[in-house]
Design a binder for this molecule. Structure first.
Ligand code: HEC
Length: 261
């Protein structure tokens, strides 16, 4: 019994693993859609143009993406393979990991499994949470990944974000505003939660940039679970089959037991 309990505990543990992503920063939530091929194709385009220079996706082959995202192979070769790789190759790059570690303080990790590791909400929020910070080597920091080594490679699209700090009322754990007992005034604390894009610094509007980030995260979610649509489809048939068989076996049982009194 104890073993069974431990086993069931181990089975549910991975569900909580993602929740403990480290910091308790608010993450913006998105619904990824593995069937939205247009979004996935746009995401792949952004990925090869802006990410593949530093990051690899070594468990993803171009040809598999071509099949899954319904793209003709010759178009993939022409538009989405920016190196001299073949369509059957894995999505890798020529960056020397040792040099990258020297330049950025950390080697850019492989991103095939990133969404499994961090979750889609985290990646989506991360991409939109870079802000200007002069104390960092590349002049940027990130709300969900403090002191990140990655430069803000999408800055030309999004623009430069800065943190807006304001004095806000201090609240206790129940959300009630705290009062200074000596002065009777509300206590305040500095809050720098809000990021704002400096006007004229990016080529896209905020909504357009959110859409680019969504498509990119959607593509990264597909890479992390390329079998998702297949398993959903097969799962549906498996459930239908079980339901059908339940009916068949119910009548079969009735038939078997009819003469037994
Ligand atoms: C100029 C090189 C460079 C480019 C281009 C780049 N990155 Fe990064 N990225 C890095 C480095 C370096 C790190 C590791 C940061 C660290 O550990 O401090 C990183 C980290 C990350 C992480 C966090 C990994 C983790 O620890 O979980 C994600 C997610 C990520 N990058 C996504 C992207 C995406 C998506 C793109 C394309 C839009 C991109 N990166 C483009 C250099 C780059």
């Amino acid at each position: 019994m104890k073993k069974l309990f431990l086993l069931s505990l181990m089975l549910v543990m991975p569900m909580f693993a993602q929740a403990g992503g480290g910091s308790n920063v608010h993450l913006d939530s998105i619904q990824t859609d593995a069937t939205d091929h247009a979004s996935l194709q746009r995401g792949m385009k952004t990925f090869v143009n802006y990410c593949l220079g530093c990051h690899t996706a070594q468990y993803q082959r171009y040809i598999r993406a071509a099949e899954d995202l319904h793209m003709p192979e010759d178009l993939v070769t022409e538009h989405l393979i920016l190196s001299n790789q073949k369509v059957g190759s894995q999505m890798t790059n020529a960056m020397d990991p040792k040099l990258a570690a020297k330049w950025f303080g950390a080697t850019p990790p492989d991103l095939t499994n990133e969404v499994n590791l961090r979750g889609a909400d985290w990646v989506y929020t991360y991409l939109r949470s870079f802000y200007a910070d002069d104390s960092r080597p590349y002049g940027v920091n990130n709300v969900v990944f403090p002191s990140v080594g990655m430069p803000n490679v999408l800055a030309e699209l999004q623009g430069v974000q800065s943190k807006i700090c304001a004095q806000v009322p201090k609240k206790d754990t129940h959300g009630v505003v705290m009062i200074d007992s000596l002065t009777g005034k509300a206590l305040t604390a500095q809050s720098c939660d809000v990021l704002s894009v400096e006007a004229g610094t990016g080529s896209l509007s905020q909504a357009q940039f959110d859409a680019v980030s969504y498509d990119l995260t959607n593509f990264m979610s597909y890479m992390a679970k390329p079998y998702k649509t297949d398993s959903q489809r097969i799962g549906m048939w498996a459930i239908l089959f079980t339901m059908l068989m339940t009916v068949v076996f119910y009548f079969l049982k009735k038939e078997f037991w009819r003469d037994v009194h």
